[in-house]
Design a protein around this ligand. Sequence first.
Ligand code: NA7
Length: 536
Amino acid sequence: MPESPPAPVDVLVVGAGITGIYQLYRAREAGFSVQLLEAGDGAGGTWYWNRYPGARFDSESYTYAYLFSEELFDEWEWHEHFADQPEIERYLNHVVDRFDLRRHIRFGAKVAAAVYDEPSGAWTVTLPDGRELYARYLVAATGVLSVPYFPDVPGRDDFRGESYHTGLWPAAPVDFAGKRVAVIGTGSSGVQVIPASAGDVASLTVYQRTANWCTPLNNAPITPEEQAQLRADFDAMRETLNTSVHGFLHRACDRATFDDTPEERRAYYEKMWNSPGFSKLTSNYTDLLQDPAANEQWCDFIAAKIRGIVHDPQTAEKLIPKGHRFGEHRPPFVAGYFETFNRPNVTLVDLTQTPMVRVTATGIETTAGAHDFDIIVWATGFDFGTGALTRMGICGRGGLALTDHWADGPTTYLGVQTAGFPNFFFPGGPHAAAGNNPRYNGDQVDFVTDLLVYARDHGFDVVEVDPAAEEEWTSMVDRWAVRPPAFGQSSYYFGANIPGKPRRYLLNSAGRPKLFAEIADQVASDYKAFKLSRRA
Ligand code: NA7
């Protein structure tokens, strides 16, 4: 007997990362029938795929985690202020099972195409084997850093040793012991994998094109007293996170750089250097990102630290960024990174001096010569923001392809919907966050769910954003991106790491207050930015 087609669901979620799991939970709680499709064989999204040695949070564990359930918060004990990947993956699986969500997830199910059907107002989603699924609402929780990028280096496929991308790391541990290892890329992933793997290897060669302003993560175990305090402070912590611009607990500074004397400044920078994670951005002097002279002071301090840590002066100079300021690229946070270059088995290759020529069958060739390797690690980043959404074969009203609609870069309203694609949402996509991602993504999931509940309660089943609202939000994003001192145009925030990608800003620099204000306005105005209708 031929298999009968699956029953349509109310909500089809794509992606079992932190956003998708929460969307599944919220939509179930709201009484919708829900199915979640996940390309991987396990839950976790970013924290499923990025299992390279050294992968860990650089937002505080308890501020990155879910805050929708105090019971969940109370029963999960994070071991470290910045948890490592295995603990994060365990946590996300715990959430899936604790809320009985696993039975709604289909693993190993990558979306090949998703097409909007105007007469029914529903979506047809096709899997690679041709099977079709039907849903009223399609919610892509596919993340902004989920499509790994391999640069087009000649000969990349010729290498006969092992090669891995940090964002596609295998589940079985990679054995580095005694191997000659190359790491290409020194962004947040590269600078985590480098110190974590240097101990075991015969040799580690780091191919750096752009040095980054790395500062210490300053991780530590969470003591029993801190655990107790975190629980006691749950409500206050949630309140602080909900009202902070970037979704962190860090306290803002009340002074600008040159309000302090040079001695006071040095002491404050020392305090920043020893502070946890992103507080170097969020608690630093108020003019850090506004005044280039202020930024330079902080950069000089970091450069002096690097010179103090790295024994070889030439290597130290190569590790000091040139040509971009602190905060212009996403700042990585490190543990023992600069110290790694003092090991006798670690070499830094500066690709600005000796560019990469090709990958060969046995290694890597630069203009300075060739080196053989057993393992090449590609820590070369992601197609940020739009990478996953533009690879899902999405077609909206009138057969409009999302890739065509976004040919010049994404246009969105609140970073959750785009005009011409009714009943399609993408919380956690472009134009939402600029800070601690799960906090924003959770706001967006809440917004989408509440909107769908509103539509259902009022007898509507087609939800589509007004092009004027989309235009307004997108202009706001673009305006903020070029506010003085506009910088970062060379970063992946603008799509600059992918050849040929439109240079459009992919974050929402106005932050959470803007998102909250807009959401409140929508709720108060019966979602005036959306056209709600009944299917024909
Ligand atoms: P990033 O931050 O995009 O870093 C990618 C790195 O790869 C960066 O150092 C790049 O140098 C380097 N890269 C890219 N292409 C090349 C070529 N062709 N040759 C040499 N080096 C290259 O990605 P990550 O995975 O580290 O971090 C992504 C996010 O994950 C991060 O922001 C956190 O949110 C966690 P470039 O700077 O382009 O010169």
